[in-house]
Ligand binder design. Structure first.
Ligand code: XIL
Length: 363
């Protein structure tokens, strides 16, 4: 007998426990036969919701991926292509090609576009980081005007500001964001600029670990959105990333109550980047996938219960696409593999898909 533990690679004649974070092959366990399922977008349209995925433009070259996306989803978010470092890598030199390909694909297939994201401290072009406040303000203005203006009328929703709040007990505006140099109303400015560039786009504040009630960060996010709304800033919605950590996550009831208080402010609600990693869920693979299905069902049901919740986007199509396969990000959710998405790497529907459809059909 030999028990070899390795990270990637293969050793002939041994049972191999691959401890890498990558999904590798398709998840084991029982999948759902394709013939048993209606398309997700059919179920979500009946519930008057959008169902979305993030996609890298390179995936468009795979005909099977295109077909699966068109069958299942009616909302699309570029996974990286519209982030500052990709779209304006040099001052004033815009690179719209990859985003254009995604927007064209969406347009051909009746798929709504979510733009992601305009003002964020991460995946920011290096040259922005050293700017003095006046130059930074001018750069932010030019960036928003050009990017939003380029897709005016074609991008339904923009994540205007992403992840402006710190983790931890203070939940203040991130001091490590270069945009902090503009003062706390840089957020207000960004929304006003985006609105001027495309008055028809719905504008969102987007963040993670703000889904429940009572944590410093979720209270700070609510206070921020309330202040923006009450001071007449053109904000239309709140995006909950919903990168679920099954070890410690708010209940579906708390999530729904949180949605309701944003709805009472008059804001739309979107779940923008959902994934449900199973690495730390107890049991064999079928038990893990069952729990993944239940967690997802209950969160989708919370969205379905609140009229202002207009869409649910998953952060990738197949388990093989997930950012959590990267060891650095996957470690945030404990040991993998995480198999966090709707379809396995062979593009078969996992039990989680039935959970989404069940929740949508209770509308
Ligand atoms: C992630 C992408 O999925 C990765 O490919 C990239 O390397 C890092 O960013 N919150 C966000 C998303 O708002 O933009 C992030 O996307 C995941 C966390």
């Amino acid at each position: 007998m030999c028990a070899i533990v390795l990270v990637g690679g293969a050793v002939a004649g041994c049972i191999i426990h691959d401890t890498s974070a990558t999904a590798g092959g398709p998840v084991g366990g029982n999948m759902i036969p394709a013939s048993d399922l209606k398309p997700l977008r059919q179920a979500s349209a009946a519930a008057n919701r959008r169902i979305g995925t993030a996609l890298m433009s390179a995936r468009l070259s795979n005909g099977k991926v295109r077909a699966l996306v068109v069958r299942e989803f009616d909302s699309l978010t570029p996974e990286n292509e519209m982030k500052w470092e990709s779209i304006e890598p040099q001052p004033g030199r815009f690179n719209f090609d990859a985003g254009d390909r995604l927007v064209a694909f969406a347009g051909e297939n009746g798929i709504r576009m979510r733009g992601h994201t305009l003002v964020w401290h991460s995946q920011l072009a290096f040259w922005v980081k050293g700017l003095k406040p006046d130059a930074l303000r001018a750069a932010m203005t030019r960036h928003i005007q050009n990017v939003v203006g380029h897709w005016k009328g074609k991008i339904a929703q923009w994540d205007v500001v992403n992840e402006a709040l710190t983790d931890g007990p203070t939940a203040e505006l991130r001091p490590d964001s270069p945009f902090a140099a503009l003062g706390p109303t840089f957020i207000d400015e960004a929304f006003r600029l985006a609105h001027a560039a495309d008055p028809s786009a719905q504008l969102f504040y987007n963040d993670y670990e703000i889904e429940g009630l009572g944590s410093p960060k979720s209270e700070a996010a609510f206070a921020l959105c309330k202040r923006l709304k009450e001071s007449g800033v053109p904000i239309n919605g709140i995006g909950f990333q919903m990168h679920v950590d099954p070890r410690n996550w708010p209940t579906a009831d708390a999530i729904q109550k949180n949605f309701e208080r944003y709805a009472a402010l008059g804001l739309a609600i979107e779940i923008t980047e959902m994934d449900v990693p199973v690495g730390q869920i107890q049991g064999d693979i079928n038990e893990k996938l069952k729990r993944q299905r239940e967690i997802t069902h209950d969160i989708v049901a919370a969205c379905v219960a609140v009229d202002k919740c207009s869409g649910i986007t998953f952060w990738g199509v197949t388990d093989g696409d997930s950012w959590l396969n990267d060891a650095h990000w996957g470690a945030l959710r404990g040991r993998g593999p995480h198999y966090p998405l709707l379809f396995n790497t062979d593009m078969q529907a996992k039990p989680i898909v039935a959970g989404v459809i069940d929740a949508l059909e209770k509308k």
